[in-house]
Design a protein around this ligand. Structure first.
Ligand SMILES: Nc1ncnc2c1ncn2[C@@H]1O[C@H](COP(=O)(O)OP(=O)(O)OP(=O)(O)O)[C@@H](O)[C@H]1O
Ligand SMILES: [Mn+2]
Length: 387
């Protein structure tokens, strides 16, 4: 209907202060709290991902920031998404001779990370959904980005490809290709603009060296956590256990690339940590990377709520691999092929057992391992099991 569209293809804005009139992305933005990005029971979540997966794409341009190629997608209701393309076949394991900092990003890792983070009860990753897009009609023919459009070509196999302009892997040797037009991508809901909700970026104390030859301090000093514990903001509140939550998430999905994390500035230091950028997770299922658990192992501390959730997910009736498999079937791309192969799903169970083993070893040596974050809080389903 012509009257509902202005000339650029955007919907007519009819929002008022009434939430009922808001598009899902705006509800999501307005629902961000000091403690979590979204409420897991909020029906808007399904709406939001449904819109990302189905709405007409109005604009596709390259997104600046970061090192690998990604696009910013615009929708008629003024919503936006961060697109990461499929760069390697879904189940390809990372080359054993590639360093973590040379690994390609995986679109299915972004999707699976969102599901895992939510099932762990964290709610710290912006909702992500998979989509099959037409590279020709939904990027090439509509982009206003000259730097991007210059990089399109037809491959020898007759597929439509592009590579964009960025720091790593943006070259004709690393093309992103449709088949011949259709391409699997991940679409992450965009956070509120930085002008509205500025974020602070923090370097992780357990950041890797990003060098072929050097070790980071935490890899050399077994008492490293003692220093961190005394350093603001880790010396107060939940920041240290939040970092350990992040390490647990990363160990489960084998993400070695957590160099930074972000927080919303307006909430100060007393707030949750955003788990952005999970594209290098789920690269390998046949091996685990114990060093990712260093924060837990070295600090011997974990939130009670996290510990209880992990124990629950290790029980046969709530097995992590089973609920992940189930959860991932809600994603539209699961119709093309499962988003995580069975070996990746069983790796989750194996790693979960390892996390619980580390906690147990800690408890044998210390008596302040479990950080009680539950007392005085709403006794939600997380407390269904007692420690
Ligand atoms: N959902 C989102 N909404 C808004 N901004 C985002 C979102 N996800 C990521 N960003 C921002 O985009 C930037 C790049 O994203 P991302 O870290 O995923 O890319 P990258 O190429 O892997 O970056 P790097 O090479 O630095 O690890 C980040 O600085 C982050 O602040
Ligand atoms: Mn990255």
């Amino acid at each position: 209907k012509i009257q509902n569209w202005n000339k650029e293809g955007y919907d007519k804005v009819t929002w008022t202060t009434d939430v009922e009139t808001h598009p899902p992305w705006l509800r999501f933005h307005l629902g961000i709290s000091r403690w979590e990005l979204y409420n897991r029971k909020d029906p808007n979540l399904a709406q939001l991902t449904h819109y990302l997966a189905t709405q007409h794409i109005l604009g596709s341009v390259q997104k600046k920031g970061g090192t690998q190629l990604k696009l910013l997608i615009s929708f008629p209701n003024y919503g936006q998404a961060l697109l990461k393309p499929m760069k390697q076949t879904r189940h390809a394991e990372t080359d054993v001779n590639l360093f973590y900092f040379s690994d390609f990003e995986r679109h299915n890792a972004e999707i699976a990370a969102f599901h895992l983070d939510r099932l762990l009860g964290f709610n710290r990753i912006p909702p992500v959904v998979g989509r099959l897009i037409n590279v020709t009609t939904e990027i090439k023919e509509i982009t206003t980005d000259r730097r991007l459009s210059k990089t399109f070509f037809t491959s020898p196999a007759g597929n439509v490809c592009f590579y964009g302009q960025c720091e790593y892997y943006c070259s004709v040797e690393h093309p992103v290709c449709g088949q011949p037009h259709m391409l699997e991508v991940s679409l992450a809901t965009m956070l509120p603009d930085l002008t509205i909700a500025p974020r602070r970026s923090w370097r992780s104390p357990w950041r890797r060296s990003y060098s072929r030859t050097k070790l980071a301090q935490w890899e050399k000093d077994p008492a490293y956590c003692d220093t961190v514990k005394q350093t603001p903001p880790y010396n107060q509140g939940t920041r240290l256990v939040d970092l350990i939550d992040m390490a647990v998430l990363d160990f489960l999905m084998s993400n070695m690339d957590r160099h930074h994390y972000e927080t919303f500035e307006q909430f100060g230091n007393n707030t949750f940590l955003l788990h952005l950028d999970n594209g290098r997770a789920f690269g390998r299922h046949s091996q685990d990377e114990p060093s990712i658990l260093a924060p837990l192992q070295q600090c011997c501390r974990i939130r009670r709520s996290t510990f209880l959730r992990l124990r629950l997910l290790s029980l046969p009736d709530f097995r992590l691999s089973d609920i992940m498999r189930e959860s991932l079937t809600q994603d539209p791309l699961s119709r093309v092929a499962p988003l995580l192969s069975e070996p990746h799903l069983s790796a989750l169970d194996r790693r979960l057992a390892k996390v619980l083993q580390v906690v147990q070893t800690c408890q044998e040596k210390h008596d302040d391992v479990i950080y009680n974050d539950i007392e005085g809080h709403d006794q939600g389903p997380r407390s269904a099991v007692t420690a």
